[in-house]
Design a protein around this ligand. Structure first.
Ligand code: DQA
Length: 142
C-alpha cells in the first residue's frame, strides 16, 4: 500500500510553533517518524510539505495517479480553501484529515474544515501520534 502524506502551510515550522498545541517535534523529525511508522505497518509512505497552495493542490492531483490512501493536514487552508476542497473531492482513495491540535476546541474560525465531510476519517488533537493513527487506519482499510 502506498500512502501520500501531504502537509500544508506553516507545518515546516513545526519545531518553532507552540509545543503545547502542536507537539515538540520538528517537521524533519515528524517525517522521520512517518517513514518509521510506515515501515512498521508495512506500507510505503511518501511525505510532502509546502507553503504554496497550488503546489499542495498539484500533489493532491498527483496522488490520484499512484496513492492507495492520502493523509492531509492543510494547516490554515483547512478553514477556508475551497480550491483544496475541490482537489480533495477528486481523490477517489480514502483521505484521512489530520490536525495536531484539536481544532474543535480552539478559536471559532478554526472549528470549521472545508474537507470535514469528504474525508473518510479525521484525527484531531493527538499531536504527531495522530499521523501514526492515520497510517494505521489506512493500512486497516485495505
Ligand atoms: C493545524 C491547525 C490549523 O488551524 C493551523 O492553522 C495549523 C495546524 C493542526 O495541525 O493542528 O497550521 O492544521
Amino acid at each position: 500500500m502506498r500512502i501520500a502524506v501531504i502537509n500544508g502551510v506553516n507545518l515546516n515550522a513545526l519545531g518553532d510553533r507552540d509545543p503545547a498545541l502542536y507537539g515538540g517535534l520538528s517537521y524533519a523529525e515528524l517525517e522521520t517518524r512517518l517513514y518509521q511508522w510506515g515501515m512498521a505497518l508495512d506500507v510505503s509512505v511518501r511525505c510532502f510539505q509546502t507553503n504554496h497552495e497550488g503546489q499542495f493542490i498539484d500533489w493532491c492531483h498527483d496522488a490520484r495517479r499512484w496513492a492507495d490512501g492520502v493523509v492531509l493536514n492543510p494547516g490554515a487552508w483547512t478553514h477556508y480553501s475551497y480550491a483544496i476542497r475541490d482537489a480533495v473531492e477528486l481523490i477517489d482513495v480514502p483521505v484521512v484529515e489530520v490536525h495536531l491540535s484539536n481544532i474543535l476546541e480552539r478559536e471559532e474560525w478554526r472549528r470549521r474544515s472545508v474537507i470535514e465531510d469528504i474525508a473518510a476519517h479525521r484525527i484531531l488533537g493527538k499531536g504527531p501520534e495522530g499521523y501514526r493513527e492515520a497510517l494505521a487506519w489506512l493500512a486497516g482499510s485495505q
